[in-house]
Structure formats: structure tokens, C-alpha cells
Design a protein around this ligand. Structure first.
Ligand code: SF4
Length: 71
């Protein structure tokens, strides 16, 4: 698959348990709020599919999802 195969990621803040693994992996896309300790997507949320899949896999709260379809 081409490296320009971008997908959009979203965070379900009801499921997020903090910790910030997503932010460590992709600081351009995820931001952990220091006050509420919940992550959200910053910027346009676009990542290459393989990196998005890593973020989904590594999220302990299963809070990150890939939104299919054109951005
Ligand atoms: S990795 Fe998952 S649980 Fe951890 S801060 Fe990010 S979205 Fe929340």
C-alpha cells in the first residue's frame, strides 16, 4: 500500500484512560489534556494507515479508532 494512504483517527474520550501513549507515538496528532488527563485529536487527525494502526493497537483504553473514507 502506498505511503500516502492516509486515514483519519479519532479518540473516544469516554474510553480514554489517559497515560498519553498516543501522544508519545504521534505528538502531531494526539494531545493529552493536562487537566482532565484525556486525549484528543489535534490537527486534521490524518496519519499513514500503518502508523494509525500502531496507535490503535497500543491504546490501552481501546479509545482510538480509524475512520474510513476520504478525508
Ligand atoms: S493511548 Fe488511548 S487511553 Fe492512552 S491517552 Fe491515548 S487515547 Fe487515551
Amino acid at each position: 500500500m502506498a505511503s500516502d494512504d492516509l486515514v483519519r483517527v479519532v479518540v473516544d474520550q469516554e474510553l480514554c484512560i489517559g497515560g498519553g501513549i498516543c501522544e508519545m507515538l504521534e505528538p502531531e496528532v494526539f494531545k493529552l489534556d493536562d487537566d482532565i488527563v484525556i486525549s484528543s485529536v489535534i490537527s486534521d487527525g490524518l496519519l499513514p494507515r500503518d502508523r494509525a494502526a500502531v496507535a490503535v493497537d497500543r491504546c490501552p483504553g481501546q479509545a482510538i479508532a480509524i475512520v474510513e473514507g476520504k478525508a
